[in-house]
Design a protein around this ligand. Structure first.
Ligand SMILES: [Zn+2]
Length: 88
């Protein structure tokens, strides 16, 4: 049997400063293959981990993406591994 992707495999990078209720996780836009950070709860979107502590830096909701959870190697390629946080 194939191993299904569990939600726990999400790549967390921070706690959302906008809603203060959800993790910010790395997602990939299936159209452009570009990585983004999205809040699991309010679905706010950021384009880089350096900006995720700032609610003001969230992207406009018009920047809607068709997101999937990326593979770990894609996060490595983007150089974002250093931003991952351990869940406590
Ligand atoms: Zn949020």
């Amino acid at each position: 049997m194939d191993v299904l992707k569990e939600p726990e495999n999400e790549f967390k990078v921070g706690w959302c400063p906008i809603c203060n209720q959800g993790w910010q996780v790395i997602v990939k836009d299936t159209d452009t293959e570009k990585l983004f950070i999205m809040c699991e709860e309010c679905l706010s979107l950021w384009d880089h981990p350096l900006n995720i502590k700032m609610g003001k830096k969230a992207l406009d909701k018009n920047n809607w993406i068709d997101e999937v959870i990326p593979a770990y190697r894609e996060i490595e390629r983007a150089g974002w591994v250093r931003y991952l946080v351990e869940e406590v």
